[in-house]
Design a protein around this ligand. Structure first.
Ligand code: AMP
Ligand code: TRP
Length: 318
């Protein structure tokens, strides 16, 4: 186990999960973890989310929801290390050290910062420093592989630059350079209006919503009346059913959008039934989540503290 390459991800507890998150991030990650070829770390990055989530009840609830969701979609708690970022002090400590060796102009080139600035937002210092905390998240565990969406590609580059810079300044190979794994096979999951599914567009199909939520969302899918095949319905349908079967179904029921949507509801229900059942089970006994997070905290603290001892020696404070 000790010598397996390290697979790591971080998820912000900043909103309800939708099926775009599932197909775009969770499913591919779980499949990688299930190969058994990695030591896997899954971290709920609550201190990253603090930049946007500033309500204690909401924060508390969402942290648990994310942890529960990752267990529900198939991560084996005995095989992975699942923990809260805030429970492991090394993350913020190392982020500070990275702050000290990184220049303002360098971080000002980050897309996320430039986007926020372009929107004329009052940017928090934490938003500006976001990439440093993320670099710490990754580098503390000698991570080899970080699966991310395209939007996080630059964060991985910053992480690699920071690792290299630290190793160069302090003349010691303290940090391993991680690889980003851009999930290219995964298409962008469209929402009910055909745009990218996103909580900020209000076009989502929730991952753990009720049956009524599902019906409402699917029935609201925007159909283009000019074509015979409702593209937005089909695009979601092909995530849960083979295109061969869909060809037949969409030919047979050509133009009958209501029936096709009903089939989609049925297929989504069937596809997500095991995940939802597992989710219900975890919800009914949430002490399991506590136990998993507690065990994760212990392991992550031990591993990260060993790395921090090396870091403190390398910089000369110990
Ligand atoms: P977010 O909460 O929007 O930051 O997304 C969390 C993760 O889910 C990221 O890795 C995204 O790439 C992925 N994701 C979010 N929305 C979609 C979507 N509509 N299609 C595919 N992947 C998505
Ligand atoms: N930046 C990621 C996001 O967009 C969250 C994150 C924080 C992360 N630390 C990480 C992802 C470490 C992968 C590895 O939500």
């Amino acid at each position: 186990m000790a010598n397996k390459p390290v697979l790591l991800t971080g998820i912000q507890p900043s909103g309800d999960l939708h099926i775009g998150n599932y197909f775009g991030a969770m499913k591919p990650f779980v499949e990688l973890a299930q190969t058994g070829g990695y030591q896997t770390y899954v971290m709920v990055v609550d201190y990253h989310a603090l930049n946007t989530v500033q309500d204690s009840d909401q924060m508390r609830r969402r942290i648990r929801e994310i942890a529960m969701a990752y267990l529900a979609v198939g991560l084996d708690p005995n095989e992975i290390i699942l923990f809260q970022q805030s429970a492991v002090p090394a993350h913020t400590e190392l982020a500070w050290i990275f702050d000290a060796i990184t220049t303002m102009p360098y971080l000002m080139r980050a897309h996320a910062f430039k986007d926020a600035e372009a929107k004329n937002k009052e940017i928090s210092v934490g938003t500006f420093n976001y990439p440093m905390l993320m670099a710490a998240d990754i580098l503390l565990y000698d991570t080899t592989l970080v699966p991310v969406g395209k939007d996080n590609k630059q964060h991985i580059e910053i992480t690699r630059d920071t690792a290299e810079k630290f190793n160069r300044i302090f003349k010691e190979e303290v940090f391993t350079l991680p690889e980003g794994h851009i999930q290219s096979g995964v298409e962008i999951v469209p929402g009910t209006d055909g745009q990218k599914m996103s909580k900020s567009y209000g076009n989502v199909i929730q991952l753990f919503g009720s049956h009524d939520d599902l019906v409402k969302a699917v029935m609201s899918i925007v159909t283009d009346s000019s074509g015979e095949r409702p593209q937005n319905v089909y695009a979601i349908h092909k995530l849960v059913r083979s295109e061969e079967e869909l060809e037949q179904m969409y030919t047979e029921h050509k133009g009958n959008y209501k029936v096709l949507k009903e089939f989609l509801i049925e297929d989504l229900d069937r596809y997500f039934a095991p995940i939802r059942a597992k989710h219900e089970e975890l919800k009914s006994d949430d002490s399991i989540v506590d136990l998993v997070l507690e065990a994760g905290k212990r392991e992550a603290r031990a591993v990260s503290e060993t790395k921090m001892e090396q870091v403190r020696r390398a910089i000369g404070v110990a």
